[in-house]
Design a protein around this ligand. Structure first.
Ligand SMILES: NC(=O)C1=CN([C@@H]2O[C@H](COP(=O)(O)OP(=O)(O)OC[C@H]3O[C@@H](n4cnc5c(N)ncnc54)[C@H](OP(=O)(O)O)[C@@H]3O)[C@@H](O)[C@H]2O)C=CC1
Ligand SMILES: CC(=O)[C@@H](O)[C@H](O)COP(=O)(O)O
Ligand SMILES: [Mn+2]
Length: 426
């Protein structure tokens, strides 16, 4: 594909992949000497707690400036005691008083803020070098934009921010000279494979997929799916929303769009391959047909560490990958009929503009309804498809932030309207 980027692909130029070997070495050397100050959004979740594991293991390399959580006061206070941030935020403003009191009791003196404005304030606060985005869903968009406007580098776990907000996030990164490093395991793998690669040498992105909770189920049996089944990821321990996205394989569809925005790859040049072992985290095919892969145990601490330490490599005592113990690495094509979300994501990605914000919101709303037992697992792709179809006549090529925010709530209203009318329940 000769790295189809820019206007032709509808995406910005690839992010941070074309540094020359010399630049990379210089950055690595300065990175090793530098203590990185980190702000962590979504500190009480799966990404948040694993990021704090890394910080606790490397106090000479990393420190915490700010923490933001949704509603888990007890864990946030525990984290504040251990990591002594300068500021903490709780999204659920009704818990502000309880948080303040618990912090005072625990002897923690720091700024305490609440609500969405509080989370945004933490994202932009002080002298943090990097903001790790571990909030789930499009709720991460405004805080991430605030961090970028404040000149903070972004370690991106919260993929929904880019799926929904790509058209405004990418230009803002450029405007503020901000680096976005991917923490999502597949994109970290691609990013690692591309370090030092000459511009225009990327031919194809090959995303690996575990196949999710239902990879070994017959399609006919999916009628029997219960919420508890969808929450059993075969390889990764993650929050509920992304685990369900893996079960529908919408997660992989979202990751196709994420790869398009991060690396400038055209949709025809992004493939998905099912790899049940989750050892190869993704691959790139180069112009000369060479395929480069990144491997490791399925442990999110590795991509998170690379995202905050980049371009340095920090020594860690994690279990070494043992390919003899793994035994076999297998690959197969995804079953597109069993997982309609994959083609829906490609369709929205190819439409571009406002379409990815709409499918992201439709997916979030449908997954929420599935978690509340209001719709069946099989309704999720149907709701997304119907919402995308409803949006086609209002599609925008270059949505503004206001457009994206409005379309996000529009899509949620459409999904809930279908369900209230008794449609697409199964
Ligand atoms: N978990 C993983 O291994 C991976 C996750 N990701 C991505 O990372 C993101 C986080 O996923 P994960 O950690 O699994 O999710 P979790 O559900 O485990 O954690 C979500 C975090 O976000 C907080 N939160 C929720 N809503 C808000 C809000 N409106 N404002 C502020 N904070 C909020 C929660 O707070 P509280 O619990 O206190 O309410 C919690 O700290 C997602 O976008 C996901 O796709 C990507 C790759 C791998
Ligand atoms: C760990 C991570 O990056 C997740 O996004 C993971 O990839 C989910 O697994 P699936 O491959 O099943 O979507
Ligand atoms: Mn992933």
């Amino acid at each position: 594909m000769a790295a189809t980027t820019g206007a032709a692909a509808g995406a910005a130029a690839p992010v941070n992949t074309d540094a020359s070997a010399r630049q990379t070495l210089e950055r690595a050397l300065s990175g090793l000497a530098l203590k990185k100050r980190i702000t962590l959004l979504g500190s009480t979740g799966s990404i948040g707690t694993q990021t704090l594991d890394i910080v606790a293991a490397c106090p000479d390399a990393f420190s915490i400036v700010g923490l933001a959580a949704g509603g888990n006061v007890d864990l946030l206070v525990e984290q504040a005691v251990l990591f002594r941030p300068a500021i903490v935020a709780i999204r659920d403003a009704s818990k502000y008083g309880a948080l303040r009191a618990a912090l005072t009791d625990a002897g923690v003196t720091c700024e305490v803020v609440a609500g969405e404005e509080g989370v945004v304030a933490v994202a932009a606060y002080g002298d943090a070098d990097v903001v790790v985005t571990g909030i789930v869903g499009v709720a991460g968009l405004q805080p991430t934009l605030a961090a970028i406007r404040a000149g903070k580098d972004i370690a991106l776990a919260n993929k929904e921010t880019l799926i929904a907000g790509g058209p405004v996030v990418l230009p803002l990164l450029k405007e503020h000279g901000v680096t976005m490093t991917p923490a999502d395991s597949e994109h970290s793998a691609i990013f690692q494979c591309l370090q030092g690669a000459p511009a225009d040498s990327l031919s194809k992105v090959i995303l690996t997929a575990s196949g999710g909770a239902f990879r070994d189920w017959n399609a006919a049996d999916l009628e029997k799916v219960q919420l508890s089944d969808a929450l059993k990821h075969p390889n990764w321990s993650m929050g509920a929303k992304i685990t369900i996205d893996s079960a529908t394989m919408m997660n992989k569809g979202l990751e196709v769009i994420e790869a398009h925005y991060l690396f400038g790859a055209a949709y025809d040049d992004i493939d998905i391959v099912v790899h049940p072992q989750s050892i190869v985290h993704s691959m790139v095919e180069m112009a000369d047909t060479s395929v480069i892969a990144q491997l490791g145990w399925p442990d999110m601490r590795l991509p998170l560490l690379y995202a905050i330490a980049w371009p340095a490599r920090v020594s860690m005592p994690y279990e070494r990958l043992d390919l003899v113990k793994v035994g076999a690495l297998t690959f197969r094509a995804p079953d597109l009929a069993k997982y309609p979300c994959i083609e829906l994501a490609y369709a929205a990605g190819r439409l571009g503009g406002s379409a990815t914000a709409v499918i992201n919101a439709a997916n979030e709303a449908a997954v929420e309804l599935f978690r509340q037992d209001k719709v069946h697992y099989l309704a999720i792709p149907k709701l997304i498809e119907a919402t995308l179809d409803a949006h086609r006549s209002d599609w925008l090529a270059n949505p503004s932030l206001d457009d994206i925010v409005a379309l996000d709530s529009y899509a949620r209203t459409v999904v809930n309207g279908f369900v209230d009318a008794g449609r697409y329940l199964k």
